[in-house]
Design a protein around this ligand. Structure first.
Ligand SMILES: Nc1nc2c(ncn2[C@@H]2O[C@H](COP(=O)(O)OP(=O)(O)O)[C@@H](O)[C@H]2O)c(=O)[nH]1
Ligand SMILES: [Mg+2]
Length: 459
């Protein structure tokens, strides 16, 4: 385990100029260290009550460095469970670094990434799932991601998983009790009850997994690709949707070779929008590379924007692209509306029933908000998650829960086939262990290091 008897310090606000900057200290000497560099009307900070604020000056060698407000949180009623001091000073990177080095000179150690939260976890302030939610909250790039992380931080998912784990451990106790007395010929736990109980646990986890996998893109961003033949206006739409000139637009077919990606936020969704090369039969090596990338982007996309030149008839090339979209959810975009539509919306709707169609002009901006709405519509049908519902977005959690289900299935299989209690117990124990990997009952130092390494320094 990481050394926990020392006092750690870090700048907790991002480095850059700002109204405020915060340095945080945690550990047994947090007050003592601060006392040596902070001068206020109070004779000594060590006499101050917990959860109080103090105005004063940070000084070194009689030189005043910055005016600061010091917040005091005494163990165990602090974020980390240790004595914590937060020094709020002016947000100058230079001032912050100077104060931090003073803290180090007085005996603090520079904190590793996530070390404050790691201490909170080690001191039982948070379980592992909640600690990870803190990182998720900090990294959340959309309203949805933020909601999920906040929900996990609040502890609802932890409680739900703990309950399932508790149930399994109870089962294990039954199974092991039966094992102990096996020679005294005590009848085993009724198989029917055991199978039903294990089945219920497995179902509950399956239920969690079923919404989790689909909602994984919440955090990373949902991939949406502009696909279509050359010159229909994909790059122009890409630029218009981003409201900036990101992609090169020309009347020369084949202008776009590489795939361009940009992040967007629509209605709380993180979206990764890709502009691709026009799909056609490749005529040279460069073309071929472009096509391969387009194909990959298309396959990765959760939703395709199938762009057509609405001012022209639908051609064979368009038809072939249409066929290649297969099961993928997509929206048909009839672009170049400003030139007048050659293809009637109704004709398209009849031709490709059930597929949303939007007419746009990348040139004058008509139809862009309709396009955005059609995308959001397609998105919400992809993600059957209502607010407040439990959502797993962390791949580590998902992997452990999948294993839990596998072990439970094995335990049920063994129970149904009249295997010994010992054989069943092996799998039930493993299933409970897998849940423990998520909530933190049985994780090793390597796992902790990789989890807390994701954090920024100062959290
Ligand atoms: N009139 C009109 N021209 C457009 C529109 N969108 C794109 N264009 C033009 O069509 C040509 C090809 O556009 P581009 O965005 O490069 O198409 P891409 O090959 O699909 O990426 C360019 O000359 C654009 O100016 C539109 O909505 N209306
Ligand atoms: Mg292009």
């Amino acid at each position: 385990m990481i050394e926990q008897n020392d006092t750690i310090a870090a700048i907790s606000t991002p480095l850059g100029e700002g109204g405020l900057g915060v340095i945080r200290l945690s550990g047994p000497d947090a007050l003592k260290i601060t006392n040596q560099i902070f001068h206020s009307s109070l004779p000594t900070l060590s006499k101050a009550k917990s959860h109080t604020l103090h105005v004063g000056w940070i000084e070194f060698n009689q030189e005043r460095i910055d005016q600061a407000v010091v917040g005091l949180f005494r163990a165990p009623h602090s974020y980390t469970g240790e004595d914590v001091v937060e020094i709020s000073c002016h947000g100058s990177p230079f001032v912050l670094k100077e104060i931090l080095s003073l803290c180090v000179a007085k005996g603090a150690r520079l904190a590793a990434p996530g070390e404050f939260t790691q201490r909170a976890y080690l001191n039982g302030k948070l379980d592992l799932l909640q600690a990870e939610a803190v990182a998720d909250l900090i990294h959340s790039g959309s309203k949805r991601a933020r909601q999920t992380a906040a929900h996990h931080l609040e502890g609802e998912l932890s409680r739900r998983l703990q309950k399932i784990r508790g149930g399994l451990i109870e089962f294990l106790a039954h199974l092991e009790a039966n094992l102990d007395f096996v020679e005294e010929d005590i009848p085993g736990l009724p198989r029917k009850i055991m199978i039903k109980g294990l089945g219920n646990s497995a179902n509950e986890i399956e239920k969690l997994l079923s919404v989790s996998l689909k909602s994984a893109p919440f955090r990373e961003g949902i991939h949406i690709a502009l696909i279509g033949r050359a010159n229909v206006g994909k790059s122009s739409l890409f630029n218009s949707l981003l409201a900036k000139e990101r992609a090169i637009v020309t009347e020369i077919p084949g202008t776009t070779r590489d795939v361009l990606e940009e992040k967007l936020h629509w209605d709380g969704f993180s979206i990764i929008l890709s502009d691709t090369a026009g799909l056609k039969k490749p005529s040279d090596r460069l073309d071929k590379l472009g096509m391969d990338r387009t194909e990959k982007t298309k396959n990765l996309a959760s939703i395709v924007l199938f762009v057509l030149d609405g001012s022209e008839e639908i051609g064979l090339e368009d038809e072939n692209i249409f066929k290649s979209l297969k099961e993928k959810p997509f929206v048909v975009v009839l672009n170049k509306l400003d030139r007048g539509l050659k293809v009637e919306m109704d004709v398209i709707k009849k031709k490709w029933p059930g597929i949303p169609v939007v007419a746009t002009s990348a040139k004058d901006g008509t139809g862009l908000s309709e396009l955005k709405n059609a995308v959001l519509e397609a998105l919400s049908s992809l993600i059957p998650v209502s607010e407040g519902e439990e959502v797993l977005t962390n791949m580590r959690h998902i992997a452990h829960l999948e294993k839990t289900v596998e072990y439970l299935a094995a335990a049920i299989y063994a129970a149904e086939r009249g295997k010994t209690e010992e054989a069943i117990a092996v799998d039930v124990r493993k299933a409970a262990e897998e849940i423990g990997f998520i909530t933190g009952e049985n994780v090793g130092e390597d796992v902790l290091n990789s989890i807390f390494g994701r954090f920024c320094v100062g959290k």
